[in-house]
Design a protein around this ligand. Structure first.
Ligand SMILES: C[S@@+](CC[C@H](N)C(=O)[O-])C[C@H]1O[C@@H](n2cnc3c(N)ncnc32)[C@H](O)[C@@H]1O
Length: 491
């Protein structure tokens, strides 16, 4: 394969150019007509021709087998590599599920009476479980508690009844070779190994974030934008990135990048599913996704879309996420609302006034308030809201299974997206994979369309995607608790 070295790679120039000085470039937004049917599409692997400029530009970062292939062999090697690499990436979904198992173990309240873990207790448990040789650490109370919780969890998983999280974990254990295994010693050792692994990883991510914080802002953003490149693929989701996306959409409207009524088709890459997330994990309400509903609601609030005509297509690698959205659609066909619970744990942190305001009106443009689920144990620190979305909202969402690093949906020109949202997903990949994903995203966008992401992405000279602006948002009183949302325009 003939290769060239890149002399200049332009990394998120929007962070260097003052955004206030920017005005929309490129073509004006064409007049929109309402989509008449959900996007019909076929998910397909990325052709070599689209990957070739990325391979040429990032030859040092490309996998060895692709680098070693001759021009004549490359098409066959590419086909083989994509199939194998797709399977490797999909295996990370299982590791993400094992991370969820651990979060559920620490924070779940539906399967045990033992108290939830606090952040200091998790640090203390890690010091004990992952102690350095020659530096013994006394057994903390939290070690006994985690064992009680494991016992309770394994008993509950053996009889999951109607608990969807327990049913899911039962499937995970079956998949990991524990089908029919009743030996508690083996099962407990498996769970404990995962507890140790997750705690070790959390410590090393903590160190990596601390090191990144010493860099200048643009290098820091580049570094943290791929910080989870080796981590299991988590489906965690929360209200926060949706607040940041609304702030970005508002800014894009005010600066003229988007026009009123200009957004009809929306893609959401990695919508997520709230199983029991690693920060605030709760399990007293059913699993839920937020982003597809939240983005629709924001678009209608800002006058960028009409609730009756906006269409959302989600693209996710996780079968659990896709099945959840399919189920929501099926229930909507029978007239069911989609209800989401919005807990605000005031003990963990104090949300910024803007996030509180967003939380208070979440869902009110396409849905309305609903009575929140009552937590099993009284907890005065948790404020709860719930929002319900009418069946029309879930019916406006079409879920597609896809691995965005290697796949895209093949849309007809009139079906392409006006905007694509991808938050907290590209951070799970290194620069090479991110460039492939960006190409796949580019092919699904209409000309002039935008990707909104909280990752700084490399803009190769061959890419039609160029950063055009950004907004910074603060979520709470905690330091560095916020996001930059960058918008990339397809030129
Ligand atoms: C951490 S969650 C983020 C959810 C949501 N976007 C948010 O910001 O709250 C990451 C999501 O991306 C999905 N995902 C990870 N890798 C993916 C890939 N290669 N292709 C498609 N989806 C992927 C996961 O299954 C999950 O739904």
């Amino acid at each position: 394969m003939k290769r060239t070295r890149l002399l200049a790679l332009c990394l998120f120039p929007a962070l260097i150019v003052p955004v206030v000085a920017q005005t929309p470039r490129g073509k004006s937004v064409p007049k929109k007509t309402a989509p008449t049917k959900p996007a019909a599409s076929k998910v397909e692997f990325m052709p070599l021709e689209d990957a070739r400029p990325v391979l040429l530009a990032l030859n040092d970062a490309a996998p060895a087998e692709l680098r070693a292939a001759s021009d004549a062999d490359l098409p066959a090697v590419w086909a083989k590599w994509t199939a194998k690499y797709d399977a490797d990436i999909r295996a990370r979904v299982t590791r993400g599920d094992e991370d969820s198992l651990v979060n559920f173990l620490f924070f779940g309240t539906t399967f045990t009476a033992a108290p939830r873990f606090t952040a200091p207790e998790i640090v203390e448990l890690n010091a004990f479980l992952n102690q350095e040789p020659g530096k013994p650490v006394a057994e903390p109370e939290s070690h006994k508690r985690v064992q009680t919780r494991i016992d309770d969890l394994l008993k509950a998983v053996a009889k999951p009844a109607g608990n969807e999280r327990l049913l899911y974990l039962r499937q995970l254990l079956d998949q990991k070779g524990f089908k029919g295994v009743t030996d508690p010693v083996k099962l407990k050792a498996y769970v404990m190994d995962n507890v140790k692994r997750v705690l070790r990883e959390q410590q090393s991510y903590g160190r990596a974030f601390a090191q990144a914080s010493l860099l200048d802002p643009s290098d820091r953003l580049a570094e943290v934008s791929k910080i989870y490149k080796d981590r299991g693929l988590s489906s965690d989701t929360s209200i926060f990135p949706n607040y940041a996306i609304e702030a970005a959409l508002k800014s894009m409207l005010e600066r003229g990048w988007l026009k009123p009524g200009g957004v009809l088709r929306v893609g959401i890459v990695g919508p997520g599913l709230d199983f029991t997330d690693k920060q605030e994990g709760y399990d007293f309400y059913p699993q839920q996704t937020l982003q597809p509903f939240a983005v629709m609601d924001s678009l209608v609030r800002l006058g960028l879309s009409d609730a009756k005509t906006v269409r959302v297509t989600t693209l996710d690698i996780s079968p659990a996420v896709n099945a959840h959205l399919e189920q929501a659609r099926k229930r909507a066909e029978k007239g069911a609302d989609y209800v989401v619970q919005l807990p605000y744990d005031t003990k963990l942190k104090t949300w910024s006034p803007e996030v509180v305001a967003y939380w208070e009106h979440f869902g009110d443009r396409i849905g309305g308030a609903a009575p929140p689920v009552v937590p099993p144990a009284r907890n005065d620190a948790i404020k709860l809201r719930a929002a319900k979305f009418p069946p029309s909202a879930a019916r406006a969402i079409t879920p597609l299974g896809a691995n965005i690093v290697l796949q895209r949906a093949n849309f007809a020109p009139e079906e392409k997206f006006d905007i694509i949202v991808a938050t907290n997903i590209l951070v799970y990949y290194d620069v090479f994979e991110q460039c492939l994903a960006l190409k796949n995203i580019e092919t699904m966008l209409a000309p002039g369309g935008f990707l909104l992401s909280n990752n700084a992405l490399l803009e190769l000279p061959s890419s039609k995607m160029h950063s055009a602006g950004y907004v910074g948002t603060a979520y709470s009183n905690l330091p560095a608790d916020g996001d930059f949302i960058i918008w990339y325009q397809k030129q």
